[in-house]
Design a binder for this molecule. Structure first.
Ligand code: PLP
Length: 355
């Protein structure tokens, strides 16, 4: 159990219009901070007014990207109460990330307690407009001022919260995806399975390229052969081909998404065959030519489920389901959002109340 000292902001900010929240634009009144010092461990857990950090310009995070992060949401239920979706999965994933990045790990119970305690303090920031939620961003940074490359002796674990809008303000429109065959996101032995800042810095060049070509996001192929499909931007990716549903295996180069895991569980529960074998992009394009590429969608906390309407690989373009959301994609979206916002019964035991 953490001993969290709560000294919240005495002056509260005006709440933004919950019809125009966007994503990551507004921040709540308070934040949670826990210090970590080599030889002492985690100490001084506290909730304080949201404020700029004071860190030394030589802090190692600023030079060597020694940081990790997580992303989850708090949802307002129809009865007015607030709940989280599988926060223990985020806690476990952050432990795996931090081990790989030589950052200190926070026990699962402490992570969940920290999230719950901050969300409780910020409860009136959880919006209730349909599709809106409170996005929660825990992160760890190396704060020791030191320019030699080695592990840091001091760190901070911080949580900030941002009320976010409905991802689909104009209905669920399928996205156009560019298959990246030049740049690489992750390689075996690398950091692909972690949520570390450097992965995203290195992926921007492909996002810019895709935008320039008129596509919304990048589909990454494996880093060794550029042959097998891996992920879409910051979402996991699913393909329904001739009745079977494929998604890339989480073998070190793919981020193990909480939404991915939940979709696999639901699909299996509904009787679908889900394959986590590696899937060549050539098979996807061939299936499209043969009329067997039935549905493609991305999964992640921000968008929940994002249908894909078009895939471009080299000079081939695959159009999926006439640019409309497919039935399985739709059912997953309705079921997951129903459980998350508490309009459907949570038969899977995935939700955690904030009380
Ligand atoms: C966060 C993330 C995902 C999705 O994970 P969720 O836990 O479902 O939000 C997928 N891919 C990448 C690269 C990510 O950073």
């Amino acid at each position: 159990m953490l001993n969290i000292k709560i000294t919240p902001a005495t002056e509260k900010k005006a709440k933004p219009d919950s019809k125009h929240l966007g994503f990551g634009v507004f921040y709540t009144d308070n934040m949670l901070v826990i210090d970590h010092t080599e030889g002492i461990g985690w100490h001084d857990a506290r909730i304080v007014p949201y404020q700029p950090l004071s860190i030394d310009p030589a802090a190692m995070v600023l030079h060597y990207a020694m940081e990790s992060f997580e992303g989850l949401k708090a949802y307002r239920k129809p009865d007015g109460s607030v709940q989280l979706f599988r926060p223990d999965c985020n806690a476990e994933r952050m432990i795996n990330t931090n081990k790989r990045m030589c950052l200190p790990t926070l026990p699962v119970e402490d992570f969940v307690q920290a999230v719950k305690t901050l969300v409780k303090v910020e409860e009136d920031w959880v919006p209730s407009e349909p599709g809106t939620s409170l996005y929660i961003r825990p992160f760890v940074i190396a704060t020791e001022p030191h320019l030699g490359v080695r592990t840091s002796k001091t760190h901070q674990f911080i949580i900030i919260c941002s009320p976010v809008g409905a991802y689909y303000s104009t209905g669920i429109n399928p996205v156009k995806i560019f298959v990246e065959d030049e740049y690489t996101r992750a390689c075996p032995g690398g950091t692909g399975f972690t949520k570390c800042g450097g992965n995203y810095a290195a992926s921007l060049i492909s996002q810019v390229k895709a935008h320039d070509l008129g596509y919304e996001q990048t589909l990454w192929l494996d880093g060794v052969e550029h042959k097998y499909v891996e992920e879409v931007g910051s979402m996991n990716c699913f393909f329904k081909i001739d009745g079977t549903i494929y998604t890339a295996p989480c073998v070190g180069t793919v981020l193990p998404g909480v939404t991915r895991r939940s979709c696999i569980d639901l699909l299996k529960h509904w009787g679908y065959t889900v394959s986590e074998e590696r899937l060549p992009i050539a098979d996807v394009m061939k299936a499209s030519e043969e009329g067997k590429l039935e549905e493609v969608f991305g999964t992640g906390t921000a968008a929940v489920i994002s249908p894909v309407g078009e895939l471009r690989f080299e000079d081939q373009v695959a159009y999926i389901n006439n640019g409309e959301i497919g039935p399985v994609t739709h059912k997953l979206y309705d079921t997951l959002t129903g459980i998350q916002w508490g309009t459907l019964k949570d038969e899977m035991g995935w939700t955690v109340p904030v009380e």
